[in-house]
Design a protein around this ligand. Structure first.
Ligand SMILES: C[S@@+](CC[C@H](N)C(=O)[O-])C[C@H]1O[C@@H](n2cnc3c(N)ncnc32)[C@H](O)[C@@H]1O
Length: 261
């Protein structure tokens, strides 16, 4: 640059973007997600303890979509553990909170040292049960000049409905998404409404409990289970066909379509 010519001021706001990558199929990633990932200075991906050589799902997708991702990828520990059986479980809430605080401090430090676009890759949609929401809140609080944005992704429940060829909702039906980890009351309230389609996330280990409740509300015949939807090992089953004591991996979604259909 010539002496005396001042650099063009960088007026574009720094951005923190939650990027939804869909359920796991690289073909179900939006064009916008690919564009943001290709321009990001830093791409955060969740890390699961003990994942070992098996990269996290989000990281695998990012590496598929951006071959030179290694230089910008950063794994963030959100205090989730992977058991030898493959289930992913949260650590206790204090450990989880301190992991989130550390992640937030890291994001702030990256902005302070010059990053303009930090993307956080999430499975499914960033607004649905995602650690992105906690980090977004921290960034808004700690670095208010940073713009926080979301690139939506296809959720596991949409991918399950599509794979099974079953509508999620039609006509005047309603839809309730329940985290099975919240206990039985929320699930039961939704199951009791015949015109409500019910989706349960995070319920692999609670499958026998969910099966009992579904049977109580006459919903066992239509209930569907999808594991690793969108991945090479995708499995779809009718819940009624499974062993009543069977449990399922963490990446399992249950769909009970409205029974008033
Ligand atoms: C922390 S939530 C993340 C949800 C995700 N943000 C979404 O929009 O679908 C994790 C739960 O999502 C569901 N899930 C996510 N990806 C899945 C997949 N590929 N197959 C089946 N279930 C999946 C499972 O119920 C899992 O326990």
């Amino acid at each position: 640059m010539d002496a005396g010519v001042s650099p063009v001021p960088d007026t574009e706001a720094a951005r923190f973007v939650g990027v939804g990558l869909g359920p796991g199929d690289p073909e179900l990633v939006t064009v916008k997600a690919v564009r943001v990932l290709s321009r990001a200075d830093v791409i955060l991906v969740p890390q699961t303890e003990r994942a070992g050589a098996d990269l996290g799902r989000a990281e695998r997708l990012v590496r598929d979509l951006r071959p030179d991702a290694a230089g910008v990828l950063e794994r963030v520990d959100f205090a989730m553990r992977q058991s030898p059986a493959g289930a992913v479980e949260p650590a206790d809430s204090r450990t989880r909170q301190s992991a989130r605080d550390q992640a937030a401090a890291r994001v702030a430090a990256r902005f302070d040292t010059g990053a303009r676009l930090i993307a956080m890759a999430t499975i499914g949609d960033p607004s649905v049960f995602s650690t992105f929401s906690y980090l977004a809140e921290a960034v808004r609080r700690d670095r208010p000049a940073v713009r926080v944005e979301v690139v939506p992704g296809i959720t596991a429940m949409q991918a399950l409905a599509a794979a099974a060829g079953v509508p999620l909702v039609i006509g005047d039906e309603t839809l309730t998404l329940v985290p099975a980890t919240a206990g039985t009351a929320a699930l039961e309230r939704a199951l009791a409404l015949p015109d409500c389609s019910v989706v349960a996330y995070k319920g692999g280990r609670q499958l026998p409990m969910m099966r009992d409740l579904l049977a109580r509300y006459g919903r066992l015949p239509g209930a569907l289970l999808g594991t690793d939807i969108g991945g090479a090992d995708q499995r779809l089953s009718a819940l009624a066909d499974l062993d009543p004591d069977a449990k399922a991996p963490y990446f399992t979604t249950l769909l009970s379509p409205a029974v008033s259909r």
